[in-house]
Design a protein around this ligand. Structure first.
Ligand SMILES: *Cc1c(COP(=O)(O)O)cnc(C)c1O
Length: 495
């Protein structure tokens, strides 16, 4: 069965996967979603003997039906290879009563690698399929982890350029260092004097600015986006939920048909939406537990049906989740309106104009599978410390938010369902916050010294992606005002 995509705002229909992947965002500002959902057509038991790559082919071939088998297999092979420090790509680690899905074994040690290691290949293949000869310019806003993963994925990929905007004061030292030391002549990294939402808004505006797009096209460029709104990122993220289920079957944690809960530390709502799409396809997921940090817009949304971004933006120790506008939520809104593009558009317009919207009771009733909770800074740090003391296993701060929310959920509901927690970053990416949570004595060390201390404490070697990162030369020094992002792009492209 062929799958086509349409915009959540009604402007486009019947779009192929290749077109949707290349465009990133629809012309009307909406997000592409599949017009029909493929269904699981293997028995659940078959999942347990599939490798990560096989699972990836199984899932992606169902969504990217315009790709030839060989094309897709090549993309998968190039993406999930020795860049990952383990053959299994996403190991499942059973500790402290839950199954941690370790999604941080890629080159940039955060879960963004799961999708961004394949996106450049999907884009290149899409351009070839559509006979497009323009150079692809990928614009990306990052709260820290997407940027590096996108840079790493696109660096030196022929026919592409990548420009990353990050909040100059809103990422960890190691995240920043990872980005500004990026090599590759087609890469460009810019700090902005705003937060992640400002960066994301600026990028979205450029991607939907007709005059600017015209100018870009006349110069033989075309824009695309590597943000999690791209369907080329969302689908690869569905894969690991199927893979996890297979691995939980294999280890005897569950038997085929058992439901599991998933807990996802959430920012832009991409990762948890992928789990929800997995559930729609027939994966036995019970509750989708959406974990936020102190920027808890989503928790209020799930509890009250009101999405309200008018609040203080808090910088936390889980910076990749410091977001007040979760872009991918638009796809869920579209879903719970019964795929009503007009309604979806008016909610999104209201969000843009007033910073808020309220969904109807009917829509709210369709959110029963979701549970929203948040962890304070203290609770996050306590989760890191407790898990380490109990199991000598170091969580990063984002995963700690998820674990803390899960503990509260389990206590409140007495739900005993087996639970998988998306482990979204290596603790080595957030050394200061993690080590301080374990022991105050580490407060006086800097991020880079702490890499060695963490290696000693955890018995895990420093991942090669960040080894000696403090000795690498800084190659990107551009900083711009949030109003000047467009100018910065023009300067880099020399147009
Ligand atoms: C991006 C990120 C998240 C949030 O994921 P979303 O898909 O944006 O909800 C959580 N943790 C880490 C470490 C991340 O990099």
């Amino acid at each position: 069965m062929s799958i086509y995509y349409h915009s959540t705002r009604g402007g486009e229909k019947g779009v192929t996967a290749a077109e949707a992947i290349l465009k990133g965002i629809a012309d009307d500002g909406g997000l592409f979603v599949p017009m029909t959902f493929p269904k699981l057509d293997k028995s659940l038991d078959e999942l347990k003997n599939m490798t990560y790559q096989e699972t990836a082919y199984y899932i992606m071939s169902k969504f990217y039906t315009d790709f030839e088998e060989q094309e897709l297999k090549e993309c998968i092979e190039k993406a999930y290879d020795e860049k990952f420090d383990t053959e299994v790509i996403a190991p499942i680690n059973n500790k402290v009563g839950v199954s941690f899905i370790e999604l941080f074994h890629g080159p940039t040690i955060a879960f963004k690698d799961m999708a961004l290691s394949i996106l450049p290949h999907l884009m290149k293949t899409s351009a070839k399929k559509l006979n497009i000869s323009k150079e692809i310019v990928v614009l990306t806003a990052t709260s820290g982890d997407t940027g590096k993963a996108a840079l790493e994925g696109f660096a030196n990929v022929e026919g592409t350029k990548i420009i990353v905007f990050f909040p100059e004061n809103g990422v960890s030292e190691i995240q920043k260092r990872q980005m500004v030391t990026q090599v590759g002549a087609n890469t460009h990294v810019i700090g902005i004097d705003g937060n992640f939402d400002d960066a994301q808004r600026g990028v979205k505006e450029m991607l939907t600015d007709d005059n600017f797009i015209k100018k870009i096209n006349e110069n033989n460029y075309m824009f695309s986006s590597a943000n999690s709104i791209n369907i080329g990122r969302l689908v690869p993220q569905i894969v690991y939920y199927f893979y996890t289920y297979g691995q939980m079957l294999k280890s005897g944690e569950i038997t085929a048909g058992d439901k599991i809960n998933v807990v996802v530390p959430t920012g832009n709502f991409g990762n948890i939406l992928a789990a929800y799409y997995g559930k729609k396809m027939g994966l036995p997921i019970d509750k989708l537990i959406c974990a936020s940090n102190q920027n808890n817009v989503l928790v209020d949304f799930f509890n009250t049906g009101v999405y309200d971004r008018n609040r203080e933006f808090v910088l936390t120790i889980s910076p990749s989740m410091d977001i007040l506008i979760s872009s991918n939520l638009e796809r869920l809104i579209f879903e719970i309106t019964g795929e009503d593009a007009d309604k979806t558009r008016s909610f999104m317009e209201s969000l843009k104009e007033t910073g808020k919207y309220e969904i109807t009771e009917d829509m709210k009733a369709r959110l029963v599978d979701f549970y929203g909770g948040f962890a304070t800074e203290e609770e996050t740090a306590a989760a890191v410390k407790n898990v380490f003391e109990e199991a000598q296993y170091l969580l990063d701060t984002h995963t700690a938010v998820a674990y803390s929310v899960y503990k509260e959920y389990a206590q409140k509901t007495e739900d005993k369902t087996k639970t998988a927690v998306a482990s979204t970053a290596s603790p080595f990416k957030f050394t200061t916050s993690v080590m301080k949570a374990v022991d105050e004595k580490y407060s006086s060390f800097d991020d880079f010294q702490l890499l060695n201390e963490m290696e000693k404490l955890s018995g895990v070697s420093i991942p090669k992606g960040i080894k000696d990162i403090d000795k690498k030369p800084v190659l990107h020094k551009t900083i711009c005002k949030k109003e000047e992002m467009k100018k910065a792009v023009e300067a880099f492209l020399n147009i």
